[in-house]
Design a protein around this ligand. Structure first.
Ligand code: C2O
Ligand code: CU
Length: 570
């Protein structure tokens, strides 16, 4: 009897193991979409069932892990209503968007818990795939690990005129690639780790998707902390790059492998038209065999720089071929765009940035840029508005990096290792910088000057960025009109809360006065609203405030003088 029981037990354990390896795929989660001109983003600490057993403590934007996909049309003014219910302060950065620095969501636009932040801007970016994510200094890895972030898809008339797959979730699939390590209780490991052990595709472990038997478009984002992906398909079929970080490429680029570093996006098209219905195909990361310096190429399977996925080939997405849709895309347009890129001849200023050691030693920082670990109050570079500049980033250090710059999309013009890869010839805002190499890009710094709020440039590896591998620049306009000419008497205004409309109206005593920033704080000094450059013609919607006394803190656009006034919400 005792013997029988142990046989029974052994059979039971065996069955569980078998089930685990056969029923291994979960349906890929496709984030919901938001579109129009007004977007509500609710940031929340929450839980998600990512593995068997306990739920994992996560954070999401309108969701449990990751966030809604925002769909913008070029030319629209988009208004964000970012409401943070997180327990910690955060920021939300619109990665790749060209917008005023005060709206950018970098480390300076801190959103305290319980606060509503309302940035807005006119979308001028090309149709492509962008994203948003937290950018709080020294907390980026922590907050991204929890799952905060989401896609932005920009559409424009040029892209809309092309016969490309664009039915979201059907033949146009967003794929955010990342991985996590877990504690025994299924909580995420965040501290002292660069790589996850388990793949998450749109937050789905072991993801599978059914795709129609035709050309499909994959919008792939490397949303990792540090790992790069050498992507390809399990049968080594050719696929076609149609867009890079900042727009369509001029013509499709045929590839069998594509390296995507952290923060980079690639839109690819892959032909499933010759696949049998019911057959399968895997999108994989062919990450084995890379030398040290490739992020995720380390041989270790444990420790700070180790992971079960390191230096291995692993599946990113399992694809099941299904029937074609009613109007399938069956060919790729030969011409996609007619970009005129900047060349070195356009640049009037050359800058260099060198990857250096941080401050070694206990508690030290691994890497820095130009021997200057990031300090929030130090402006590393001042760039005259409308400059066209060539920046050369040099990395003679011990590891590869991913260099990202805010505000602009750039053209990568040269690499010391030889020519620029064919898959990085389009507009970009992140470049992979391998060990012992340098890369040069050209960008134009148009439209938005601001002497107070800077833009960032940094390594997009979250541990490196948090460790101070970041700098900042202000874009400076030459015109100095009237900055010191205003007298204090002109710098005044009256505020009128209107209980009937739940709005607060502001009357400036001088037409020269304009709000650069308004904060509304409660009686305890807690910020309830953050309103960069608020549009005041219809007043400020204060319906979220409970009755009480509040302080309005206004920064004037020209003088940057800050003044406060009290008001009562009835
Ligand atoms: Cu994706 Cu400075 O950010
Ligand atoms: Cu780095």
């Amino acid at each position: 009897m005792k013997k029988n029981l142990s046989i029974l037990l052994a059979t039971f354990v065996f069955t569980l193991t078998v089930n685990k390896s056969t029923a291994q795929y979960n349906t890929l989660w496709i984030p919901d979409t938001l579109s129009g001109t007004h977007f509500n983003l609710v940031l929340k600490d929450t839980f998600a069932q990512l593995r068997t057993g306990n739920q994992t403590i996560t954070a999401g934007v309108n969701n449990q892990f990751w966030g809604s996909t925002l769909i913008f049309n070029q030319g629209d003014s988009v208004h964000m209503n970012v409401h943070s219910y997180l327990n910690d302060s955060t920021t939300i950065h619109w990665h790749g968007m060209h917008l005023p620095a005060v709206m950018d969501g970098g480390p300076h636009q801190v959103i305290p818990p319980g606060t509503i932040w309302q940035p807005y801007w006119k979308v001028t970016n090309n149709a492509a795939t962008y994203w948003y994510h937290p950018h709080l200094h020294q907390m980026t890895q922590d907050q991204m690990t929890k799952g905060l972030g989401g896609f932005i898809i920009v559409r424009d008339t040029q892209e809309a005129a092309l016969a490309l797959p664009r039915t979201y979730g059907i033949d146009d699939i967003p794929l955010a690639l990342t991985s996590r390590k877990y504690n025994a209780d299924n909580s995420f490991i965040t501290a002292n780790t660069s790589y996850g052990d388990y793949m998450l595709t749109n937050g789905t472990p072991n993801a599978q998707v059914s795709l129609p038997k035709q050309f499909v478009r994959l919008r792939i984002l490397n949303a990792e902390m540090e790992r790069a992906y050498n992507l390809g398909f399990s049968d080594n079929r050719t696929f076609y790059l149609i867009a890079t970080d900042g727009g369509l490429v001029n013509s499709p680029v045929a590839l069998t492998r594509l390296i995507l570093a952290v923060g980079e996006r690639a839109e690819i098209m892959v032909d499933l038209g010759n696949d049998a219905i019911g057959s399968t195909l895997d999108l994989k990361a062919y990450n084995s065999g890379f030398a040290l310096g490739f992020p995720g190429g380390e041989p270790n399977s444990t420790g700070q720089f180790g992971s079960l996925l390191n230096n291995t080939t692993f599946t990113v997405l399992h694809i099941n071929i299904a029937a074609a849709t009613a109007n399938p895309i069956t060919v790729i347009p030969a011409t996609l765009a007619s970009n005129t890129y900047w060349t070195s001849a356009d640049a009037t200023v050359n800058r260099t940035i060198t990857v250096t050691q941080g401050q070694p030693g206990p508690g030290g920082l691994p890497f820095a840029l130009d021997n200057t670990p990031f300090v929030l109050t130090y402006i590393n570079k001042t760039i005259p508005l409308n400059n066209i500049e060539a920046w050369t980033i040099t990395n003679n250090n011990v590891f590869g990096h991913a260099f990202h710059i805010h505000d602009v999309e750039f053209k990568l013009i040269s690499r010391s290792t030889g020519s620029v890869a064919n898959y990085e010839e389009g507009w970009k805002d992140v470049l992979y910088l391998p060990i012992n190499s340098s890369a040069t890009f050209v960008a134009k710094f148009t439209d938005y000057s601001d002497s107070i709020h800077p833009f960032m440039y940094h390594c997009h590896f979250a541990p490196h960025e948090d460790g101070g591998m970041m700098g900042q620049f202000v874009v400076k306009s030459n015109s100095t009109t009237g900055v010191n000419e205003l007298s204090n008497t002109k710098n005044d205004y009256l505020i009128f809360p209107n209980p009937a409309t739940n709005r607060l109206y502001i009357n400036f005593s001088s037409t020269e006065m304009q709000a650069y920033y308004i904060k509304i704080n409660n009686i305890l000094g807690k910020t309830m609203y953050m309103l960069p450059r608020p549009q005041l013609q219809n007043g400020i919607d204060i319906s979220n405030l409970s009755p009480g006394v509040y302080t309005l803190e206004l920064t004037d656009e020209k003088t940057k003088i800050v003044s406060t006034k009290k008001f009562v919400k009835e």
